[in-house]
Ligand binder design. Structure first.
Ligand code: TNX
Length: 506
C-alpha cells in the first residue's frame, strides 16, 4: 500500500489510499450531477488544463466509462464530509452540498499533467473536517479590496476548504459598508486608507454579491464593525459619536516607535497606530448608532454572526469598556444574531450569554489574555483560535520580507504549520470551535501583496483546521512536499503566492 501522504493533497484527508496510475481526462469525459457544481468543476478544469469536460445533464449513463459522477449521499458521514473514488471512473459522494464541494476541491488537486497528458491520480478517499469552523479574515479597512478581489480571495481559500470569511469592515482608517441610516459613514469616511492610499466601500448590493458568491462556495461571511476603539473614521463622519483622540504617553511613544503619524480629530487617519480612538460610552446616541448598524448588517447577513470587534481599546477606560461591550453584545442578540468579539471583550463580566470569543494572543498566553478568553466559555460561549504568533497572515515570513509586520514574531511556513489550537488555553476541547487566520492590511497596498502574505501560509492553517490531529502524514516533512505540489494550481489560478524557500515547489 502506498502511504496516504504520497497524494498531493492539502489539507490532508482523514483517510486516503493512493491507487495505481491515473485516469486520463479529455473533452470526452462527462460530468454528471448538480448543475452549478458541475459547471464549477468544468470551469476549474478548463482554467487549469485547457480541457473542457462535457456536462451530461442526464443520470449517469449505462456506459460509465470516462465519467465523473457528483452525488449526495447522507450516509457518507457528518456535515461537510465526502467520499471520493478515482478508478476507471470517478465517484464523488457528498454527505451534503458542502461535502460534495470539498470532494470536488480534492479532485482538482489530483488533476495532474505528465508526459501522457492530463489525468486524475487514482485514489480512494473518505474525508471529514476536524473543526466545523475554519476561517480566514480580510482587513478591507487599512487597505480596501474591491468585490472582484474579495471573490478571488473566496475562490482561493474555499479551495483549501475554509468555510468562514470574516470581513473587517471598519477601523480608524475607513468605513467600508453602506449604512442607510448613517449615510455620512460612507460619504465622508470611506475614501482614504493607510499610507494615503485610495479607499472605497461596498454598497449593500456589493455586499450581497459577496455573500452570495461565498455561499455558493460554502463560506459564511462574518461582518465586523470594530468598537469601541478603532473608531477614528466614525468621528470623521459623525464627530458627536467619538471622543477626542487619546494622546497619552503610552500612545505617543508607541506611535513614535511604529513611526506612525498621530490622529487629528475629524481628519482621515492615514497611519496605522492603534489605541487612540473611542466612541462615547455615556451617550445614548452611541447605542442608537450601534443598534442601527447591527440591524442593517443583520438584514444583509444570512450567516448567524455579527462581530463587534473589541480589540485594543486602549483609549477607553476599563469600566467604560465593560459597560459598552455588555450593551453591544446584548444588542447583537436582540437583533437576532450571535455576537463574536476579540478576546479582550471577555474582561467584561456580563457579556451576552453565548458570545463567541476570538483569541488573538500568543501560543503562550500573556497577561490577562487567557482569563479573558476563558470567560466566553463561562458565559456559555466558545472560542475561535487565531494565535498571533502562528496564525497571523500579516506577520513577515522572515525579518527581510518586504511586506507585513513583526510585533507577534516572524512566521515562516513551518511555524505557521506547527501549532495545536486546543493546547493553548485551559478550556475544554469542546469549547474550541476551530481556527481563523487573519490578514491585516496595513502594509499590503495591492491585492497581489495580500496574496503573497496569505499563500502559502493559509494552506498550513487549512490543514490545522481540517485534518485529524494524529493522521498519518500530518507532520511537517509530509506537509512541505504536499504544499509544494499546489504550485501548479496556484499558478493556473494566478494566485501570487510567496515561493518560500522551505518548500520544494513543483
Ligand atoms: C493587532 S490583533 C490588531 C489590528 C492590527 C494587527 C496588525 C487585533 C485584534 N488587532 O488592529 O491590524 O494587530 O498585526
Amino acid at each position: 500500500m502506498v502511504l496516504p501522504h504520497s497524494l498531493p493533497l492539502v489539507p490532508l484527508p482523514s483517510s486516503a489510499i493512493a491507487g495505481e496510475g491515473r485516469m486520463p481526462v479529455s473533452e470526452a469525459t462527462r460530468v454528471s450531477g448538480d448543475a452549478r457544481l458541475t459547471t464549477h468543476l468544468i470551469e476549474a478544469v478548463a482554467q487549469r488544463s485547457g480541457i473542457r469536460l462535457s456536462a451530461s445533464p442526464d443520470q449517469p449513463s449505462p456506459d460509465r466509462s470516462s465519467e465523473i459522477a457528483l452525488r449526495l449521499d447522507p450516509s457518507v458521514g457528518g456535515p461537510e464530509s465526502y467520499a471520493l473514488t478515482i478508478d476507471e471512473t470517478v465517484d464523488i459522494a457528498g454527505a451534503d452540498e458542502a461535502g460534495l464541494f470539498y470532494g470536488v476541491q480534492t479532485l482538482l488537486q489530483l488533476l495532474r499533467e505528465d508526459d501522457d497528458g492530463w489525468g486524475l491520480l487514482r485514489a480512494e478517499i473518505s474525508d471529514s473536517p476536524r473543526f466545523g469552523r475554519r476561517g480566514v479574515m480580510l482587513d478591507v479597512t487599512r487597505h480596501f479590496f474591491d468585490v472582484d478581489e474579495v471573490k478571488k480571495f473566496i475562490d482561493s481559500t474555499s479551495a483549501l476548504k475554509f468555510n468562514h470569511l470574516h470581513l473587517h469592515l471598519s477601523d480608524d482608517q475607513g468605513w467600508r459598508i453602506q449604512i442607510d441610516s448613517w449615510p455620512k459613514l460612507t460619504e465622508l469616511a470611506s475614501s482614504t486608507a493607510s499610507l494615503g492610499d485610495r479607499g472605497g466601500f461596498y454598497t449593500k448590493d456589493d455586499y450581497r454579491e459577496i455573500v452570495a458568491y461565498a455561499a455558493e462556495r460554502h463560506m459564511v461571511v462574518i461582518p465586523e464593525i470594530d468598537l469601541p476603539g478603532h473608531t477614528h473614521a466614525i468621528g470623521v463622519a459623525y464627530p458627536e459619536l467619538v471622543e477626542e483622540p487619546v494622546m497619552n504617553d503610552g500612545l505617543l511613544s508607541e506611535s513614535a516607535r511604529l513611526g506612525q503619524p498621530l490622529p487629528v480629530a475629524g481628519e482621515p487617519y492615514l497611519g496605522w497606530g492603534v489605541g487612540h480612538s473611542s466612541v462615547r460610552i455615556h451617550e445614548e446616541r452611541t447605542y442608537e448608532f450601534v443598534r442601527d448598524v447591527v440591524r442593517e448588517l443583520a438584514e444583509m447577513t444570512p450567516g448567524p454572526y455579527i462581530h463587534i470587534g473589541g480589540d485594543e481599546s486602549l483609549g477607553t477606560p476599563q469600566d467604560d469598556f465593560d459597560l459598552f461591550v455588555e450593551r453591544a453584545t446584548a444588542i447583537v442578540v436582540e437583533e437576532g444574531k450571535i455576537p463574536l468579539a476579540w478576546h479582550e471583550v471577555g474582561a467584561a463580566k456580563d457579556i451576552a450569554e453565548g458570545t463567541i470569543g476570538q483569541y488573538w494572543g500568543k501560543t503562550t498566553p500573556e497577561g490577562t489574555h487567557a482569563a479573558e478568553a476563558a470567560h466566553f466559555v463561562e458565559r456559555g460561549g466558545a472560542l475561535i483560535m487565531s494565535a498571533a504568533d502562528v496564525a497571523y497572515l500579516d506577520m513577515k515570513y522572515d525579518a527581510d520580507f518586504p511586506l507585513g509586520l513583526t510585533w507577534a514574531g516572524v512566521i515562516d511556513v513551518r511555524t505557521a504549520y506547527e501549532w495545536e489550537p486546543t493546547s493553548i488555553l485551559d478550556v475544554p476541547e469542546s469549547a474550541i470551535l476551530g481556527i481563523e487566520a487573519p490578514l491585516w492590511s496595513e502594509t499590503t497596498r495591492t491585492f497581489g501583496e495580500v496574496e503573497q502574505l496569505v499563500f502559502p501560509r493559509a494552506a498550513a492553517q487549512a490543514e490545522i483546521g481540517w485534518s485529524p490531529r494524529e493522521g498519518a502524514g500530518r507532520e511537517w516533512v509530509s506537509f512541505r512536499e504536499r504544499l509544494g505540489s499546489l504550485a501548479p494550481l496556484w499558478k493556473a489560478g494566478r494566485v501570487d503566492f510567496h515561493p518560500a524557500a522551505e518548500i520544494p515547489w513543483s
